[in-house]
Ligand binder design. Sequence first.
Ligand code: 5GP
Ligand code: MN
Length: 335
Amino acid sequence: MSESHNLPQNATFEQIGEVLRNHQSFVLISHVRPDGDAIGSQIALGYSLLAAGKSVRLINEDGLPDNLAFMAGAEKIERPPAEPLEVEVAIALDTAAKPRMGDRALHAASKAKIWLNIDHHLSNPKYGDLNLIDSTSPATGQILYQLITALDLPFPAETRDAIYVAVSTDTGSFQYSQTTAATYEMAADLLRRGVDVGTLNSKIYDNHPYRRVELMRALLNTLERSPDGLVAHWDLRDKTRLDLALLPEDSEGLIDIIRAIRGVQLAVFFEELVDGKIRVSMRSKDRRVDVCKIALEFGGGGHALAAGIRMKGPLEEAKPLVLAAIRRHIEAAGL
Ligand code: 5GP
Ligand code: MN
């Protein structure tokens, strides 16, 4: 990261446009354990810049997850090379905090002179030289749609489909409360530009590996609900991960199953990671309980209704700490 001071304010589209126009080489990075908005944002902006004649690398610490390999343009997603890339500009996409890009990805981008930070996480501390953070946007893909159209950058088919995937996955198929009129207007425009909704949705949502369903069965066996019914949680242990030969992306979105229980206002997913850390995923259905604030207490982050933490294990110690914090926030909110 460069030494220049952080800008407290967002950059304008025009200032971002100037950086994009006045440079030739770019590396675009998103967060570890990338989801549809992370990879979708990389492909969306990446292919627009490629179509504009720029040199572009798309780097992700964890590479391309299996469940997003269907995306047009996904073959350009690479794991970080060992040596820093000779690039002028690095662009962080959908990444709430700088370390969430991963050490190797940050090393690969370490020669960049300018960092752009484009994201929709409320907790983003604006770590770029130029920042475009819009926490009212349901997905980074939607910010990129606005940026690309406002700057009249090229809009190839890869960009179009990637924006659709990014926004669809981050809005729970256009369902969550952050979905705005602008989101539907954007989707209508993407359809007019040729998005094949049926095919794309089928590839996103009707194509799960069988082991994901077996994982669901294992998780349901660990499901617990607080006596007042407000909190539901389950956990994924090392043994299950090994027995089912799970990939990190297999658990993506499964928390929605317990979030959907009537009466549950907070859903929590605990997962033992390969490195011994614990990943905590949280969802709130009530704006009065802001899970981003709870996550920040443990060094995590995210959004008011969806946030996450990576914390020290073991699970037996992490779990009661997080559940106690949640209980405190529930009581403070008067639920
Ligand atoms: P998920 O539960 O789907 O992994 O993440 C929910 C939201 O919280 C996402 O927007 C994600 O970027 C954010 N998030 C998840 N884990 C972490 C974390 O460890 N640190 C930070 N800063 N944000 C996280
Ligand atoms: Mn996102």
